[in-house]
Design a protein around this ligand. Structure first.
Ligand SMILES: Nc1ncnc2c1ncn2[C@@H]1O[C@H](COP(=O)(O)OP(=O)(O)OP(=O)(O)O)[C@@H](O)[C@H]1O
Length: 258
């Protein structure tokens, strides 16, 4: 890999469920600041790989290093603390909390005031809480959700719930943002807006993004590099042009437009 520093390294990782090897001997490397796509037909193992990267599952074999340290076996919250945040295929917000509260919960991960002052409600706690609210509102502005700050999350239209989920993930100040099918259920206009938002997030926050997506227009349009999984195996990686022309990829998609 070029001069860029490596952020994520997946080496020979497998995950078995019963008799099924959902992820099989997978290798993947992502440098700091890259915008990378992960594609593959239904059931290829994409979400399982995300679940391995974020500690939902432990690899049956292999090694995952994040920011230079091995993270195999760590719990999801420990991996979040090390700087990886994600969104889910089926949106997971605190649906009965307000839009603002959803973002503030993520800020708590990085609160300057400690648990001790929180419990005792010391002045530093209130100052911390007020600062956090200001920051959370700034965040909502970026995502054009400031007018919805006091709305209950579950009442937002679908596209806005997806934006809020991304905002919440980013509020945890990750080094690596993992997006699982961010355009699912979006109309073409929302998808175009999302593409611009993803590019903007990477440039503005200088973070690394790995995204799973079935919308090829989005993947080919925003990703600098793409990995392709098929039946648990990584069958290709390369630039969008290389992936489009790759025979194994074309076969995996059985002639569908890639
Ligand atoms: N917890 C589990 N227990 C048993 N099998 C599982 C589990 N999670 C995933 N699988 C299986 O592993 C395979 C890969 O599933 P996965 O959800 O990772 O695919 P995917 O590429 O994300 O698919 P899609 O694009 O449809 O979301 C599938 O055959 C799935 O049924």
């Amino acid at each position: 890999m070029a001069a860029q520093q490596q952020l994520l390294k997946v080496e020979n990782v497998s995950r078995v469920f019963g008799g099924l090897k959902a992820v099989s001997d997978v290798n993947l490397e992502i440098a700091d600041g890259e915008l990378v796509g992960l594609i593959g037909p239904n059931g290829a193992g994409k979400t399982t790989l995300f679940n391995l990267l974020t500690g939902v599952y432990e690899p049956s074999e292999g090694n995952i290093a994040f920011n230079g340290t091995r993270v195999n076996g760590l719990k999801p919250y420990q991996i979040t603390k090390r700087g990886a945040a994600r969104t889910f295929q089926n949106i997971r917000l605190f649906s009965d909390m307000t839009v603002l509260e959803n973002v503030m919960v993520a800020y708590h991960m990085h609160a300057t005031h400690g648990l001790f002052s929180s419990i005792l409600r010391l002045p530093t706690h209130f100052k911390g809480e007020a600062d956090m609210k200001v920051k959370a509102l700034e965040f909502l502005k970026i995502f054009k959700l400031e007018g919805k700050a006091d709305e209950v999350a579950k009442n937002l239209p679908y596209g806005e719930q997806r934006r809020l989920e991304i905002a919440r993930a980013l509020a945890a100040k990750p080094k690596l943002l993992l997006l699982d099918e961010p355009a699912a259920g979006m109309n073409p206009q929302e998808t175009t807006d999302l593409m611009n938002l993803i590019r903007w997030i990477r440039d503005e926050f200088k973070i690394t993004i790995l995204l799973i997506e079935h919308d090829m227009g989005l993947v080919m349009g925003v990703c600098e590099r793409i990995y392709v999984l098929d039946r648990g195996q990584m069958i290709a990686s390369g630039t969008p042009e290389q992936i489009r022309a790759n025979q194994k990829v074309i076969e995996a998609y059985l002639g569908q437009e890639v």
